[in-house]
Design a protein around this ligand. Structure first.
Ligand code: GLC
Ligand code: GLC
Length: 876
């Protein structure tokens, strides 16, 4: 069943009933001022940092859920009846209801008793304020006398302190109301060290206001029946301590058929330190007043909204696709790209599952977010890369998280997650491939523990960090955890409630991660290509050799017989092995080892198994003309390799109709030697849910071995739009990915949680656009190497890349036919050379009809694939 529908022309999801299974949210803001807004106007706002600069208060896990937000009330002043045009918080039954979540804006519209109301919420580009534009129409046959009340609950800036430190906070709250224009100013702590305040303004003359929450609501009342609204009169309260609030009261008199627009602004402002006051204790409003006056004008609001729409129009033309699959088109062209940018902005900090308080920017998370967003925001990606590198230590390790406002590492979590530094290499590689901006490598970036070095040097230290930390099998030591934050092999926690992330690490010189081995192999190759680019061929050769060595070690000690092992534990025992009773197979190394190029090709002579040829001996990039054999994925019917066997095991053991589970069999009891992973009930989170972030790795691996059907099948299983029809099972928003979908072992199999902020967004974008559709930015050009499902006749796409526009057509030809033309010229292989900025290049790809597109010749090309893996050369 559905709770709404997509409106692709307007790039909106239209929710048609307010009682969605959980609140379905959207994000406001694109730069520094942000908010989340639910389909019933719930949510909150902040400037830059959701914890330290929180504008409005929000109570997670409230009852009813999602109470508190950007509320408007309408009141019929003749009957005294009142309602919320956004349904919440009064929950009055509405005659019509519709919420349209669009790109960085939301419109909630409804009709009740002949009064139609619609509110547009958005943050104009370049401003630190949000607009609520309310439009009210009287559809009755008679005159309507209405009151409009607005309501926001101010937070006292530090949201953590706001929720805990009442002995202080009940006394600090301060406001001001401008008698001239009725603007409500929230200025708690402005008297001392803050130079910022919030304001709440209204375009219409006020009939009244309240700034003390309890005066507005009345004693022991909730937002569902504020006393001021019930009696149709605000009390003009001024908050001294307790709970500063913003509420306006406006009277509207509407003739039949008449429409009126009322604009509310909620904003944030910083004054210069030496110009904070206009009179003792009184905010200097000289600078903010013109901004408020301007944005209270309907014409400014209309232009600001048009500007926001144009911003997204422009961004989304970076890549547009037209494929035979509607769910693919919708996600690639609209929602997945949008989610990538939102996730880039928020990391994992603010959603309905992340409170904005507990996690800042994650190091590995933000590095991966770059992969899906760099094409949308290259300059900001560059900045982010520098910020991330600046939380590294001189030994290459990194703070696991940092606070966006201060940009300093989070000491409470610290470091020692041994995969972290490697993701920086992937993030920078993606940036270089997209932009070609090699100057970034020369940027000097400090270390958290003193000193500084070039970014190139930071990356080298990232790679060395793994090389310097290997265990008994020569595999990378896992440290506190690798990508799987919950696989804590050195932790052995027995104290209830203790954080697995920070619990004392047993000095662990033994526990090794096969996942990091795969990631290292990939990252070391990416770094080698960067070294070449930087004119350091000796480095390149060295790191390529390290990658090969790690791949060989992995093939030997990281292979269980039918799939890649996950790890070795603190005692040197295998994890993710057929020898284990539970947790025999994990998804992560199956995807990542193949992405690292491990075990893709059979040994010379077709031998398989450990010792099977797993790494290219020749990168095939500098060697000029192709060596003997053709490149690209192995041909159909060729001998199984570690890669194809691992992927077959994934399909047999981990795939469900709702996506691929993280592991099987699920852990049924707590294993202290494994850590948090077994603390989750079977089927949830890291313990065998469909942890969506990992699924695209298997899609990519499948594409790399030429299995377009398999890759696309997995893609569809978790595509939110494709799951829309199952909304009552899936329950989260059908327009964005969720972190996880409950696995087969869970009683709620198929139910999604933790929507929005997840690496799933970036990786799915990469999997579908770069590996299945095959449009892949590389250092020296744009590769177009589709690996499509057999039934697809082709697709068309447009990609803006390094200033040129590539207009791509992919179609099926005759058996054996396979070629790529750029502006009519035959290109050898699949790499379209860089065109001059401003140029338009017509790219035509002809694929043979049939099952495996990936076998196309890809000879003699530089850096052909993930960490050059597609440049692997098979012995001819
Ligand atoms: C969450 C974390 C991410 C981690 C993943 C698996 O998504 O944000 O860093 O890799 O969980 O544990
Ligand atoms: C990751 C995991 C989560 C774990 C958390 C610890 O986000 O997804 O399950 O509890 O890390 O901070």
């Amino acid at each position: 069943m559905r709770y709404g529908h997509f409106d692709d022309d307007r790039r909106e999801y239209v929710i048609t009933r307010p009682d969605t299974p959980v609140p379905w949210i959207n994000y406001l803001g694109t730069e520094g001022y942000f908010g989340i807004v639910s389909n019933t106007a719930g949510g909150y706002s902040w400037h830059r940092d959701a914890r330290l600069r929180r504008l409005t208060r929000y109570r997670y896990n409230n009852v009813p859920p999602d109470t508190g937000g950007r509320y408007l009330y309408l009141r019929d002043d003749i009957t005294g009846q009142y309602w919320s045009p956004s349904w919440q918080p009064t929950q009055t039954v509405l005659d019509e209801y519709e919420c349209r979540h669009g790109l960085s804006y939301t419109v909630i519209g409804s009709a009740s008793g002949g009064i139609r109301a619609s509110t547009l919420y958005f943050v104009p580009r370049g401003e630190t304020l949000e607009v609520w534009r309310l439009t009210v129409t009287n559809e009755r046959a008679r005159h309507a006398e209405l009151s409009v009340f607005s309501s926001v609950e101010f937070a006292l800036w530090d949201a953590q302190d706001d929720a805990t430190n009442f002995q202080r906070n009940y006394s600090t709250g301060e406001v001001e109301v401008d008698p001239g224009n009725g603007v409500i100013y929230h200025k708690t702590e402005y008297r001392e060290r803050r130079d910022h305040f919030a304001y709440f303004a209204c375009s219409e003359p006020l009939a009244g206001f309240d700034t003390q929450r309890e005066a507005f609501l009345g004693p022991y009342r909730g937002f569902d029946r504020p006393l001021a609204v019930e009696r149709g009169r605000a009390s003009g309260s001024i908050a001294h301590g307790w709970a500063p609030h913003g509420a306006h009261h406006v009277r509207l008199s509407l003739a039949p058929g008449e429409t009126k627009e009322v604009i509310f602004l909620l904003g944030y402002w910083e004054n210069p330190r030496d110009a904070k006051f206009e009179a003792p204790g009184v905010i200097n409003k000289a600078m903010v007043r013109p901004v408020i006056e301007r944005w209270l004008q309907p014409s400014t609001v209309a232009a600001g909204f048009a500007d926001l729409t144009a911003f997204w129009d422009e961004l989304l033309t970076v890549l547009t696709v037209d494929t035979p699959d509607e769910d693919t088109n919708r996600m690639v062209n609209i929602w997945n790209a949008y989610q990538c940018l939102v996730t880039f902005n928020m990391s994992r900090s603010v959603s309905l599952f992340e409170t904005g308080i507990s996690r800042g920017m994650g190091f590995r998370d933000s590095c991966q977010d770059l992969l899906g967003s760099v094409q949308l925001a290259p300059e900001r990606a560059r900045e982010r890369i520098i910020d991330l590198a600046a939380t590294q230590f001189a030994d290459g390790g990194a703070y696991h998280q940092y606070q966006p406002l201060t940009k300093t590492g989070n000491d409470a979590i610290g470091s020692g997650f041994n995969d972290d530094p490697l993701w920086l290499v992937l993030g920078v590689a993606a940036y270089l491939k997209e932009t070609g901006d090699t100057t970034v490598l020369g940027e000097r970036v400090p270390f958290s523990d003193g000193g500084e070095a070039t970014l190139y040097d930071h990356l080298e230290r990232s790679v060395r960090y793994t090389i310097d930390r290997t265990g008994p099998h020569g595999l990378p030591l896992i440290g506190r955890a690798d990508w799987n934050d919950c696989l804590n092999l050195n932790c052995f926690s027995q104290s209830p409630g203790e954080s697995f992330q920070t619990a004392e690490n047993r000095a662990g010189g033994v526990a090794e991660s096969v996942f990091i081995a795969g990631l290292f192999t990939l990252a070391a190759r990416e770094f080698a290509a960067i070294a070449d680019l930087a004119g350091r061929p000796e480095d390149a050769d060295g790191y390529r050799a390290d990658a090969e060595k790690m791949a060989a070690v992995t093939a030997e000690h990281g292979w269980d017989g039918e799939w890649f092992l996950r790890a070795y534990d603190h005692f040197g025992k295998p994890v993710g092995s057929s020898r284990n009773a539970e947790g025999q197979i994990f998804i992560e190394p199956q995807g990542m080892c193949v992405m690292g190029g491990i075990g893709i090709f059979p040994d010379a002579g077709g031998q398989e198994g450990p010792g099977g040829r797993s790494v290219p001996l020749d990168r095939g990039s500098t060697g000029g003309p192709a060596r003997g054999g053709e490149q690209g994925p192995p041909e159909a019917g060729s001998a199984p390799t570690l890669a194809t066997r691992a992927l077959a095991s994934v399909r047999e053991r981990l795939a469900t109709p709702h996506g691929i589970m993280l592991l099987q069999p699920a852990f049924t009891r707590y294993h202290s030697e494994l850590g948090e992973i077994s603390s989750y009930p079977p089927g949830y989170k890291e313990n065998a849910s469909v942890f969506c972030h990992t699924n695209p790795w298997v899609m990519i691996a499948s594409a790399m071995v030429g299995d377009g059907d398999g890759a696309f099948d997995y893609y569809k299983r978790i595509n939110p739009s494709a799951r829309e029809a199952l909304s009552e099972v899936h329950r989260c928003e059908p327009y964005v990915y969720a972190q996880m979908i409950a696995g087969r072992d869970a009683p709620t199999h198929g139910e999604a949680k933790n929507s929005w902020l997840t690496g799933t967004a970036a990786w799915n974008f990469v999997a579908i656009t770069q590996w299945i559709l095959g449009i892949r930015p590389e250092l020296s050009g744009l590769r177009v190497a589709p690996v499509l499902p057999a039934t697809w006749p082709g697709y068309t796409a447009t990609r803006r890349f390094r200033g040129a526009t590539y207009s791509i057509t992919v179609r099926r030809g005759q058996p054996g036919e396979s070629r790529l033309l750029a502006d009519g010229e035959l290109v050898e292989g699949t790499l379209v050379p860089l065109a001059a900025p401003g140029a338009t290049v017509r790219v035509e790809v002809v694929l043979p009809p049939g099952e495996r597109d990936g076998g196309r010749d890809r000879t003699g090309e530089e850096n052909g694939g993930y960490g050059e893996t597609a440049a692997c050369v098979r012995d001819g």
